[in-house]
Design a protein around this ligand. Sequence first.
Ligand code: FES
Length: 160
Amino acid sequence: MKSLKTIDTILEKKDRSSCDLIEVLQDIQATYNYLPEDALKEVAVKLEVPPIEVFRVANFYKAFHLKPRGKNLLTVCLGTACHVREAPKLLDELLGMLNVKPGETTPDKKFTVETVNCLGACALGPVVVMNGKYYKHMTTAKLRALIDKMKNKPARKNKK
Ligand code: FES
């Protein structure tokens, strides 16, 4: 984990009198790509909030992640419309390529694979989303090309 100085930097930018815990957690997640346990403990101390409250909020919202996540987030839709267009086959292919299970992150922290039950773009199925970009009518060949491209892309530097 980055030094706790980063947490201080995040908190210094906030008005402590009206400091919003969710906003602080969003900033921490933007910095680390997840919410490290040490960071949550530090936030509890600095904001004088019971640690259980910080962990409750971090656990409650689906947007927060308590486990390290990859630089690239891949979401495979398994909703009915995508399912009948072979989304499960795409997911199997993807999991095989990256050697992970749904919800897991590759050891090199390059990829996290998640599933969802509908993205609201059923006519475009099967749909895979990577880092917020929708890939419509996905095929195993397109998926393989996308992963190969991302595997060979130089790593981005983390925010400081
Ligand atoms: S079922 Fe996949 S977008 Fe709706």
